[in-house]
Structure formats: structure tokens, C-alpha cells
Design a protein around this ligand. Structure first.
Ligand SMILES: Cc1cc2nc3c(=O)[nH]c(=O)nc-3n(C[C@H](O)[C@H](O)[C@H](O)COP(=O)(O)O)c2cc1C
Length: 177
């Protein structure tokens, strides 16, 4: 994987990124958030100081039973320090719901940190949302490369693969609506 994560480097990539990014400490109890960037704050309505130290599940709608399969996938990915992409029902600080395509990637030696990136699947913009997911995945891959956190598997499969996988997920999801 990668060397010891450098939080300062991660912070500077976070500040400049064009996509929502969050970072959790997988070695601390209940995997709390340690960083979130301005795009994350814009998307969720929460400032970093409000979510620091909390598990990111606070974004989930309280009764969203539909989130269960995605949550099981996340738990398995975190336990194996693997990566995953899932779609969750979330809500912003003001209570407005949104669908969140969440990308999770381990960062650093032994995957001490997990980087999350949130992409809002805007149902009102169905015709452009697949392309948006593709672009988001491209930006995320570039950010992961800057941090030095691209897993060997992702490196082999390349940017196109992550973008295709994200677009396919969004397409399958929108067909279910
Ligand atoms: C870095 C990171 C970012 C996350 N971002 C979100 C998010 O935006 N929305 C969400 O519903 N869950 C998010 N999660 C997932 C939850 O924190 C949690 O792992 C998930 O709900 C499964 O665990 P649980 O069943 O114990 O709640 C994120 C997890 C990590 C590690």
C-alpha cells in the first residue's frame, strides 16, 4: 500500500479538492471523523467542528431500513481494510434527504485511515447524474494519487475503471426508482 499517512498533505489535498472528502480513524473506537473538507461541509450542511470525533452514520436518516445492505458492505470493507462504493439515503443538517454515492478507500500503512468521498445523486438531474458520478470518480482518483493512497488494485485497474463502476452503480440505482 502506502507509507505512513501525512495528515498535513491530506489536509492540503482536502482543502483544494473539487469533491466532498472526509477522513476517519479506523483505529479509534467507532471510526470517528478526523477531517472533512469544504465541499463536504457544503453538501451536508455540517461544519468540520460539528462532525469531528463522530462516526459518519449521523448523516443517515433514522429509519432508512433500505441502508442495511450498504451498511453491511461498508462494515465488511472497513474490517478488511478494503475499498467500496455504496449508495445510502442520507440527510443534511437541515433535514433534507439526499442519495449519497459513497466511495471508501483505506489510506496509509495498514489502512489506519479511511477516506470517504460523497457524491450526491441528484434525482432531478437524472440525465447528467451518471456523467457527474464519472467525473467525481476521476477527481477522487487524482486526489488519492496526490495523497499517495491509490491501492495496488486500483492502480492496475486505473481511473477509467472506478469511473465506469460509479456510473454503472448510479445507472442501476436510477432504474430501480
Ligand atoms: C470516511 C468515512 C466516511 C463515511 N461517510 C458516510 C456518509 O457520508 N454517509 C453515511 O451514511 N455513512 C458514511 N460512512 C459510513 C458510516 O460511518 C458507517 O461506517 C456505516 O454506517 C456502517 O457502520 P454501522 O452499521 O456501524 O453504522 C462513512 C464511513 C467512513 C469511514
Amino acid at each position: 500500500m502506502t507509507n505512513t499517512p501525512n495528515l498535513e498533505r491530506i489536509r492540503s489535498v482536502f482543502e483544494r479538492s473539487g469533491v466532498a472528502l472526509s477522513l476517519a480513524d479506523a483505529e479509534a473506537p467507532d471510526c470517528p471523523l478526523v477531517l472533512a473538507n469544504p465541499k463536504f461541509e457544503d453538501l451536508t450542511g455540517y461544519r468540520l467542528r460539528e462532525c469531528e470525533g463522530r462516526n459518519c452514520r449521523f448523516l443517515q436518516e433514522p429509519d432508512a431500513a433500505g441502508n442495511e445492505p450498504a451498511k453491511a458492505e461498508i462494515r465488511a470493507a472497513i474490517a478488511s481494510r478494503g475499498e467500496c462504493q455504496v449508495i445510502l439515503r442520507n440527510q443534511r443538517k437541515d433535514g433534507t434527504p439526499f442519495s449519497n454515492l459513497l466511495f471508501l478507500h483505506p489510506v496509509g500503512a495498514q489502512g489506519r485511515y479511511i477516506l470517504g468521498s460523497q457524491f450526491e445523486i441528484d434525482e432531478a438531474a437524472a440525465d447528467t447524474v451518471t456523467e457527474g458520478a464519472r467525473r467525481h470518480a476521476g477527481v477522487l482518483m487524482a486526489d488519492l494519487e496526490r495523497i499517495g493512497a491509490v491501492s495496488a488494485r486500483l492502480q492496475m485497474q486505473g481511473r477509467r475503471h472506478l469511473a465506469d463502476a460509479a456510473a454503472a452503480m448510479v445507472m442501476a440505482w436510477s432504474r430501480r426508482m
